[in-house]
Design a protein around this ligand. Sequence first.
Ligand code: ADP
Ligand code: MG
Length: 347
Amino acid sequence: MKRVIAVANQKGGVGKTTTAVNLAASLAATRRRVLLMDLDPQGNATMGSGVDKSQLERSACEVLLGEAKLEAALMPVEPGGFTLLPANQDLTAAEVRLLTMMAGREIKLRNALAPLRESFDVILIDCPPALNMLTVNSLVAADSVLIPMQCEYYALEGLSALLATIEQIRVAVNERLELEGILRTMFDPRNNLANEVSAQLIMHFGDKVFRTIIPRNIRLAEAPSFGRPVLFHDRESRGALAYLALAGEMIRREEEEGRQPAPSEAAKEPTSDRSGAPDSGGATTRDSVAATTPDSAETKTPDSLAATAPDHAGGSAANGGTRQAEDAADPSDPAPLPGLEATHPGN
Ligand code: ADP
Ligand code: MG
């Protein structure tokens, strides 16, 4: 897991904000210091975190324009356990101002973030549904990009434009920018097309597709109207479990990357090391969430929560049944879906 993660997809309604807010809360539940930056003038992540966007003294707008320090605009989110940089429609004006600037307009966010980067373990940026200057600022400030995707026909077309933008930014200004992963959202395993698109994604992007799948879940949709992450709305819901599982998957990946031994050391590694075990998908994910979630949290441990998941129809997200949905699609399918032929994941 990289420190600064932009949650981006220029398509609207694919689950960016839902992912940003609920991943922030899930990572915070593992005692990580999390900052969520709302970079969308719609201010949905702000409202979804329980902050009234019409009452902001300072927001992402002032920070981006250099009129306020980031620190001065941050707010604690309770319940949630993370810190928020709020936003509202003022951000549209900021974007217009940025566009008229001659130099340095795409590094504003990176500069504003620099003094506080080390104060957080993870910084999530909720991007607007456009490849505009706000998204460019986010990608320039980020170490990696998490792409939420609904597995539907046209979703793939937009993906190649987004990947091309990421590549351009990598080459021009931010060579460390990586693809954090592609997240399948609002997934319905009974939908054949969803399974087909899912299989295509895995064929093209392999490990870059998160094993965790976010199911369509009503609790996820209604939590924002209570101004809360789903973990604090219905912690046993499939939506809450899925985002805990995603946090666990990201943490596990990070641990595995950090633990990559040098080849000579590898020989000495005890064979019982879990990193050497075959990937068992959701089970491992669950373990690592359980291992890092504070016991004192008022939520039940994810382990016991996860144990309740298999009974639910589409509970594949949090219970290791992800492969079920993937296997359901035939990889030897006919014509490739539009847009994917031209894509290059880059890493
Ligand atoms: P974006 O930020 O990409 O525009 P949102 O996260 O706002 O997308 O999601 C769009 C709509 O879909 C919102 O009303 C949200 O509550 C709903 N939604 C998102 N993810 C899910 C899900 N997994 N299950 C059900 N509804 C969802
Ligand atoms: Mg949004």
